[in-house]
Design a protein around this ligand. Structure first.
Ligand code: FEO
Length: 393
């Protein structure tokens, strides 16, 4: 029994998720140029049927229809909540109303959140501990605590025997298309973007979670957004680099320009870095997608921030970018600041205040009055050469 719209992804596991092709923003913050999916999975043990994660509110009926193609709702004994955020847990009240016998399985912190967010009564919740087993008859589910990936209650579920890992957001990507990893040619680009947006601030916790996975035989990774990894080695290897903060000889240049002066400094900086063999990515904040910036922060060694002075400080778009850089905690080692001002500076001091407290070494800062002269451009190039040397050390 297998329909394409409820595909069997492992011997006893069905995908019963939904595709949100039209979603364009997440958390009122993250652009979703390719929509997303809310992956939910049905696991059929010989004695016990289990649903893993649910879907975003608004998709309940489509989701229910898919589940009913495979089983009667009343036959589902447990609903696993790996994560309490509404895109995966928002349909829990719906399914638990339709199936009055099912229990909700989640971490101890998740149990509290299920009561607070979804008004699930305590007697319908079964909290589980790290490494606890749930027997399904011929198979076991193992629960693996993975806190702060990216909420405190997050956990993974692992189907022993078939080697399927259900890590919810971890290893995910915001893509509506592609059921499997090998159906999306540039999947790692999307996964890196997702990692930068969601997981990068929690790299230490991610390292701990990865260590817990080391001794598991993993054949399939079934995240709750985007394609399923039936070739798990590729995403595991990429995550190993990202969680450990492995950088490339790469600089990310992020800038805003009002009358073109800051841009006239950024471009020779980009050329200077590139001619020294440094990989560059360049983002003009007035049109940039912050998801792309998050992606490039994952593996960049240096940041160049271009920020004109306006109203005695840096341009508000550069304030926003600096705040994001600090909050996302990328593995940057070095930074340089380029700024132009009309009649009074202030942007450079402002950048230094905002980045203060981070471990990023500010290699140099140039604050230039008006459009840069040829001698100013030479100073930019010299700063670029110093920065390139640091990056290549
Ligand atoms: Fe996809 Fe943290 O929810």
């Amino acid at each position: 029994m297998s329909w394409r719209n409820t595909p069997r992804i492992s011997e006893n596991v069905y995908w019963v998720g939904v595709k949100d092709w039209n979603r364009r923003i997440f958390d009122a913050l993250i652009p979703l140029p390719n929509g997303t999916s809310y992956n939910s999975y049905l696991v059929l043990g010989s004695e016990t049927k289990v649903l893993i994660d649910t879907v975003n509110p608004g998709f309940e009926e489509e989701w229910e229809e898919k589940i009913r193609k495979i089983t009667d709702l009343e036959d589902i004994e447990y609903i696993i909540m790996n994560h309490a955020e509404p895109d995966h847990a928002g349909a829990i009240p719906y399914i638990m109303k339709l199936n009055q016998k099912a229990k909700l399985v989640t971490s101890t912190r998740g149990a509290k959140m299920a009561q607070t967010y979804y008004k699930i009564s305590e007697n319908r919740i079964m909290p589980v501990q790290d490494q606890q087993i749930l027997n399904l008859g011929d198979k076991n589910l193992r629960f693996i605590e993975a806190p702060m990936l990216h909420w405190p209650e997050t956990m993974f579920t692992y189907l022993e025997g078939e080697g399927v890992l259900f890590p919810c957001d971890f290893f995910g990507s915001h893509l509506a298309y592609g059921l499997y990893d090998d159906e999306v040619e540039d999947l790692l680009v999307h996964a890196q973007r997702y990692f930068g947006e969601i997981m990068m601030p929690f790299r230490v916790m991610a390292q701990r979670a990865m260590e817990k996975l080391e001794n598991l035989e993993i054949n399939t990774i079934a995240p709750s957004h985007g394609p399923i990894h039936r070739n798990p080695r590729r995403i595991l290897d990429a995550y190993k680099k990202w969680v450990n903060g492995e950088t490339r000889k790469k600089a990310i240049l992020v800038y805003v320009t009002m009358w073109g002066s800051t841009e006239k400094m950024i471009k020779p900086m980009a050329d200077a870095l590139a001619s020294e063999g440094v990989e560059i990515s360049l983002h003009n904040l007035s049109v940039a997608d912050i998801g792309d910036i998050a992606r490039d922060l994952v593996d960049s060694k240096a940041l160049v921030l271009g920020a004109p002075t306006v109203l005695g400080g840096m341009h508000p778009l550069a304030v926003y970018a600096s705040y994001l850089v600090k909050a996302l905690r990328p593995p940057l080692k070095f930074a340089a600041v380029l700024s132009s001002y009309g009649w009074g500076g202030g942007a450079v001091k402002h950048v230094q205040e905002l980045l203060g407290g981070s471990k990023i070494e500010v290699v140099g800062a140039l604050e230039i009055n008006g459009p840069p002269t040829e001698s100013d451009i030479r100073r930019v190039i010299e700063l670029g050469e110093v920065l390139a040397k640091k990056i290549k050390e």
